[in-house]
Write a protein that binds this ligand. Sequence first.
Ligand SMILES: Cc1cc2nc3c(=O)[nH]c(=O)nc-3n(C[C@H](O)[C@H](O)[C@H](O)COP(=O)(O)OP(=O)(O)OC[C@H]3O[C@@H](n4cnc5c(N)ncnc54)[C@H](O)[C@@H]3O)c2cc1C
Length: 450
Amino acid sequence: MTPAHVVVIGGGFAGLRTAVSLADAGIRVTVLEARGSLGGRARSFADPATGEVVDNGQHLFLAGYEATLRFLKRLGTQDRLIFQDRLSVVFVEPGGRVSRLDCPPLPAPWHLAAGVAGLSSLSLADKWKFMRVLKAVSREEDGQTVEEWLTRQGQSEGSRRIFWDPLTIATLNEIPSRASASGLRAVLRVLLKGPWPKARLGMPKVGLSDLYTEAARRIIEENGGEVRVNAPVAGLTLEGSRVRAARLANGSSLEAESVVSALPPQALNRLLPDGVRSSDPAFSNLDRFSSSPIVSVNLWLDRPVTKALFVGLIGTRFQWLFNKEAILKKAGIEARYVALILSAAQAYMDQPNDALAAMALEDLAACFPHLAAVRPIRSQVVRERDATVSLGVGMERFRPSARTRLENFFLAGDWTATGLPATIESAVLSGEECASQVISHLCPATLNRP
Ligand SMILES: Cc1cc2nc3c(=O)[nH]c(=O)nc-3n(C[C@H](O)[C@H](O)[C@H](O)COP(=O)(O)OP(=O)(O)OC[C@H]3O[C@@H](n4cnc5c(N)ncnc54)[C@H](O)[C@@H]3O)c2cc1C
């Protein structure tokens, strides 16, 4: 019996989830990854100066990331994520003013309503108006930006600045005047629909790559598959309405019964032969997708910043601070830095590293007065120009499903039609769906064929 062979292009969350599901179904998988390591937009590496593990950007998880937790359970690495006991976020503003969103363990949506009611930075009127949003979450209204939708729900300038803008930028990586309201509603549904424990935030206590990449590789290889890094795919060879092979940049070709693209839209677009684009809206709409960037600045300082694992920053350019020393310590990993995150960073991408590091330090010193005279020992900047697709108004309808009009070519990736913002959960969910489409395409005729 020769198992069917599937090529998966792309070794991020979506590609590895697809590949592990296929391997579990007895299919031989070859993962082709362009970079020298797996993980894509959710990866870690050793800082060249200190040797400490650094992410390409801190990632937050929700306890309601069900597909992701299923995947990590399959990999046996779910205990490398740490979750809060309940949804709780400390916010600090310039001058050191602190407010806290602390959601008690009440049935949804009361956990969030009570948390917002206790937010000292919101006026009484704004807390009351927050309830209007809770009622409107399940109503789908198309064609509005987050800003327009929140205005329609009576949310004031103040509540947007303190609560809604940080939530939108953190979860959608886009500014409220551009992000589609349907993305924010999807986030709120995750926070509000399930029982309260699903709304808790979590993060890896190890480097991001150590959360999933090597465990996934092991399962793929144990099932007769292969993972190739430094293996950029340059094109696809078609035969009628099928993909016959993936053509690698080194000139070799790899034939397969089915081929999966687990690539971002721009990378997929570059692979497609010219004639095929107009044959399928999944391909002809790829040009419509643009990206939104994220900048991370890691700072090694001569004194501690905070005891909290993470803090939301309000009224500054950087929006989040992560205490990496405390987070990684939970796994016994030594690190001495804090990470500052600036999402929806279009306006800052072309600033030099020194300027970004100085900006991060300035924001930090503004919020934590004890850092006024702090000197950084080291700083490191990570720019992710294509951090996520920008899902503006009307983009939802261009997100393709896993199947394409090429009968053996399938799509996965955080940007595909999962109904979720472009997140890890979306990537993993797309991988699950893609694998099940491939399996139903191959089975029963070719799976385990003689
Ligand atoms: C800084 C940052 C912070 C983020 N924060 C969060 C967060 O807090 N929570 C959250 O849920 N999500 C977050 N995200 C989003 C999350 O990282 C992505 O949604 C997810 O990693 C996307 O996975 P993917 O597999 O769809 O795509 P990718 O990870 O982009 O995988 C695609 C892979 O394809 C490879 N590739 C490209 N071209 C080729 C080619 N020609 N041949 C072969 N391989 C190729 C790439 O190298 C890459 O490894 C963040 C992203 C960034 C960048």
